[in-house]
Structure formats: C-alpha cells, structure tokens
Write a protein that binds this ligand. Structure first.
Ligand code: UDP
Length: 586
C-alpha cells in the first residue's frame, strides 16, 4: 500500500481481554506464521488494525487529525471495547489479503457463464471472511427450454446446491466458514420448491434462505386471491397460485425448521438511497444489509453495555455516545479505502456509494444495568431514543466527512441529493449486525438480542465444568443477598429465573431471557430499532417449542404491518443442530 502505517508507541496500553475473547482471538484473529503459531500478540493485533485504518487519513489534508493521533484514538476506541469493526477488518487489516468487508451481494445471471462466475466470485469472497447474498430470481425455472441446446433448465434450486458445495470446500482461509443468503421472489415459478428446499437436511446447509414478498402478493394474501407466477427470462405468466396457500406453506416450513425467512423487497427498494445505481435484490447472509449487485459493505458496532450512566438522562452517557459515533463513522469510512476487493466491479460500486453500517451490541446488558425489562414500553422508548441519536449523529459525522473529503460520488443523483439533504460521505450509515463474534470479544450481549441464558456451564478440558454467568445478574443477586451456589447451578440448568419463585420479584422482572420475552415483544424491539436504521436489523424472533403455525403467521403479519424489512423466526428445538441450547431445550 502507498499509505505509510505508523509504528506502535512504546507506552501503548495492553488490552484487557476476557477469557473467551482470548480463545477466539488466538484461534482465529491473530496473524499466524508458516508454523501456525501467532506472529503477533493482542496489542500488536489491535495496533495493526488501528494504524492501517488511520493511515488512510493522510490522503486528506483537511483532516483535523494527524495519522499518529488518530491511530491512538482508534486503538483505545477498540481496546476499551466501546466499538469494534466487523471480523474481516480485525482479521485482515494490514495483511496481504486486506479484504475488510463482511457483506457482499453478487448477481446471478441466467446463463451457465453467469452462474459459474458467481460461484467463483463467492469462493473468493468466502476465502477472505466475507458472506455473500444472491437473488436467484433471474434464473429460468425448472423445465424451461434452454435455447442453445434444446434441452431443459434445471432451475434455481439445483444451482444453489452447487454454491452450497463450493462453500463447504472453502473453509474461509482457516478463519470462518462461508455463509450465504439465497433469495427468490415469491412470483418465481419454482417458489414452492424453493420454500421446501431446506427441509431436505443438509443439501443447503450453508444457506439461509428468504422469500422476497411483494406488496402485491401481501394484498393477495389479505384478500385471499390468486397471483401470477412469471417466468423471469420471458416475462410470460407460467401459472397462478392462491397467495394464502403459499403463505401458509411458508409459515409451515418456518415452523418446522426456521427457514425460509421473509424479506419485503418493495419496502427495501423504497428505502434504496441510490435507485439510479440499480435495484436491490438481496441482502447479506444474516439479512441486516440489503445491497445492490456487486456492492459490499463494512459494519461496526458500538457496545452500549459500557455507556450506561444511571444518573444521566435516560441512563445513557449521551456525550460519550456522540463521541464514539463520530469516531466510528470516520473509522468505517476509512475502511472503505483501506480494503482490497476481490473483484474490480465490487471496488468500483463500493467506492461509488460508500455505504457503511454502524450499529450496536450490548443492548440487553444496558437494560440490565438500568433495571428496565426488555419486554416493556420503557425499553422500546429507550431503543428508539438511542437509535435516533446514533442515526442523527452518524449523519452529522458523515456530513462532516463530506466537507473534508467530498460527498460519495453518486450523491448528486441519490435521494439525498434530490432532497437537498446533506451532502453526506456515505449513502447509508446505520445497520444492526448480529455481532456473533464481536460480542464475545467485547464481552457483552449480542446485537439488540435479549440474553439467551443468564448462566450456563460449559465443558472445559479434563472433564471439568466451568460456570459462566451474566455479571449484571450476579451483581443484582448479591445486592439483594439472594446469591448462592445452588441457585446459580439451578439457573445454569434452566437458563432463566422466570419460574423461580424464591428469586426476588424485581430481579425476575428485569433479568428476562430470549424465551421469557413474548414473540410480539421481540418484534416490537426489531421495529423500534428499524425506525432509525438506514439498512436493516438483525433479529431473531424466538418462539417456544409449543408455538403454533398460527403464532408464526401472526408474527409475519405483524412484521409487515409494523414496517419491518423482513423477519426471521426460530422455534426452540425445531432443529437437531441447534447452536444455542439451555439444559431444557427439547
Ligand atoms: N458472516 C459470515 N460468516 C460468518 C459470520 C458472519 O460471512 O461465519 C458475515 C455475514 O454477512 C453476516 C455479517 O458477517 O451477516 C455480520 O455477522 P456478525 O455480526 O455475526 O459478525 P462478526 O463481525 O461478529 O464476526
């Protein structure tokens, strides 16, 4: 790279890591030598990232920071666990690979060339630690004529299996396994086969799938009407289905396995900030980042658990939050230029729209500290206030960067340019990521999710069991003189204290877990954050094992009415390979 990276000052503070973070970073994030042993320690790792991202600053003479100063700021921003960029940035910044974004969407054209180009490009992205989303809606349906051979097409689902197998073989350079999102429009002739595709165990295990629902389809469900299935390559109507039957099937399959999810594509495109740059047809694997074909986006998350300030207005340290947002936006904008992209088309699209996705983690931990139950109006109000604040401050930070560096190249023709708003440096600034690994590194609750369990025990080497409990929960028990070893063992078995009558009532009300929270409240929380988020919100609506298909129907409908961009449900115990379990998962 051309930009010189500053070396670490001698007095750089050693980061303090929790034991789980040490395991994760050592195994997957520290750079390794040819012998497989780490070539850097934690301090060097975070400096590598801070210095590489800060070095981009030297391109802009109008910056208020020197590179050395900014590198120090970024270093303490990360190692105080107030903000972390997405995993690929932590893993690859300052390395030869240098691919820093977590989210990609690739087009899949209706030709053998197009399909296998996409397979190859996806493999390159997976190798660098990124996830890929695809719409398969352009592929002609199973049984359609293939002009050049006179044969028949095998349809989107058969080709998805090839993507799946390719993904399986690329273990992401030893860091993480590839993840894919597969989307099909509800009016594609193969939609029924698609909805049923994940039921065949294993065939699409590297895919999350989602059905793209249109406004027209939702109206047909409401009025109990039929709708047209349209061949994508010819535009001809290939059949009609009763919308309610398709919706019922969707609900049934989601009840059985959690897949498919749904995405409201018209709505996503209504919020497309750069419609002149193309139509959004897919999201990244976990659904929080809708993108144009060939677009990528880097994400970052602010740890709200560390911003509790009970004596301040609404219990939040707003001043510190504003500071962190401004610094994080500068960080993420620099990541765009610091990153290598696996394809020239991707680099070009990314630099045209300059999307970034700043979000939050540790929200449940914040609520614990403020003694606000997750499933309460007060929590929804706080969620809206926080996200509105982050949205406003991130836009102001992006406007500041536009002044220093110029707006994103597609600004003039974007919705902002047309509204005379801004100018901004970035076409989007906010996204709520799942923070699956980041939350482990930062030692906080993930994304905006409630805790899965208040305590659990895990097997460590030599058959020993190690107990892990949420620190705010233990603190509260101790303050109420209700803490005991027996109680903690019991909590570790059950995950939750909802049904423990000997635990003080106020503690039971505040320290709720994902399964204590009714599905409607999960959704209300998603909608509260979505209200002030440019992109989308990663959220799982957890349902008890006993939930009915009608319950899922109601959740889907509620998501539609509350303005969500999509929804993912998960019924406890419906999959044999469930990742998160309490002692009592069926
Ligand atoms: N992702 C991926 N593979 C994984 C986990 C995540 O490709 O194993 C991508 C995917 O696009 C996902 C995004 O990273 O939507 C963000 O996920 P998360 O916030 O959990 O990642 P983290 O930065 O915490 O590792």
């Amino acid at each position: 790279r051309v930009t010189p990276v500053p070396s670490a000052p001698a007095d750089l503070v050693e980061p303090r890591l929790n034991p789980n973070a040490e395991v994760v970073l050592t195994k997957r994030y520290l750079r390794k030598g040819p012998d497989g042993l780490p070539r850097e320690d934690y301090r060097q790792m975070f400096w590598r990232v801070a210095a590489t991202i800060a070095a981009e600053e030297s391109k802009y003479s109008s910056s208020p920071y020197s590179v050395a100063e900014l590198a120090q700021e970024f270093y303490s921003l990360m190692t105080s666990w107030r903000f972390l960029p997405n995993s690929p940035t932590l893993m690859n910044a300052g390395t030869e690979l240098g691919q820093l974004a977590a989210c990609f969407v690739l087009p899949v054209d209706d030709s053998i060339d197009g399909i296998f180009d996409a397979v190859k490009h996806a493999a390159m992205i997976h190798k660098s630690g990124g996830g890929t989303g695809f719409s398969f809606s352009r592929l002609r349906h199973e049984g359609a004529r293939v002009g050049s051979t006179g044969g028949v097409a095998s349809g989107p689902i058969s080709f998805m299996k090839i993507f799946n197998t390719a993904t399986e073989q690329i273990k992401q350079g030893g860091t993480r396994r590839g993840a894919n999102m597969g989307i099909l429009r509800v009016d594609h002739p193969d939609i029924v086969r698609f909805i049923e595709s994940k039921a065949r165990q294993g065939e699409l295990n590297n895919f999350n799938i989602s059905v793209a629902l249109t406004e027209g389809f939702m109206q047909a469900v409401e009025k109990d009407e039929e709708y047209d299935l349209v061949a994508p390559h010819s535009g001809k109507v290939k059949g009609r289905l009763r919308a309610r039957e398709v919706f019922n099937l969707l609900v049934q399959k989601a009840w059985e396995s959690g897949d498919p999810g749904i995405v409201f594509l018209d709505r996503v495109n209504r919020d497309n900030p750069t419609p002149d740059q193309g139509e959004i047809e897919s999201t990244n694997p976990c659904g929080e980042q809708p993108l144009l074909p060939y677009e990528a986006c880097n994400l970052g998350s602010i740890n709200l658990a560390l911003l509790a300030k009970p004596e301040a207005r609404d219990g939040v340290d707003w001043e510190e939050l504003a500071r962190v947002v401004h610094l994080s936006v500068r960080f993420l904008d620099n990541v765009i230029d610091a990153s290598n992209y696996p394809l020239p088309q991707i680099g070009e699209k990314v630099r045209t729209n300059r999307k970034i996705g700043l979000g939050v983690m540790g929200f449940a931990d914040l609520l614990f500290q403020l003694r606000v139950p997750y499933d309460s109006q007060e929590a929804l109000n706080l969620a809206e206030k926080i996200m509105k604040f982050i949205q406003t401050e991130s836009k102001s930070a992006s406007a500041q960067l536009a002044e220093e560096r110029g707006p994103f190249p597609a600004y003039e023709t974007s919705v902002y340019g047309k509204r005379n708003e801004g100018p901004y440096r970035n076409a989007t600034t906010t996204t709520i990521a799942p923070t699956g690994t980041l939350s482990i590194i930062a030692g906080c609750s993930s994304g905006i999710e409630p805790l899965f369990a208040l305590a659990f025990s895990r097997n460590v080497m030599d058959g020993e069991r190690l107990m892990e409990a949420n620190p705010y929960f233990e603190e509260a028990l101790k303050a109420a003189q209700a803490h005991s070893k027996t109680l903690m063992e019991d909590v570790a078995k059950k995950g939750s204290v909802a049904h423990m009558e000997h635990v003080p009532e106020d503690i039971r009300r505040v320290f709720v877990t994902a399964h204590d929270v009714a599905p409607q409240w999960h959704l209300k929380m998603q909608a509260a954050f979505q209200k002030y988020t440019d992109n989308a919100v990663s959220k799982t609506v957890n349902l008890p094992h006993e939930a009915t298909q009608q319950d899922i129907w109601n959740i889907y409908w509620m998501a539609y009415e509350m303005g969500c961009k999509g929804v993912t449900v998960y019924r406890d115990g419906c999959r044999a390979d469930q990742v998160l379990c309490t002692g009592e998962t069926p």
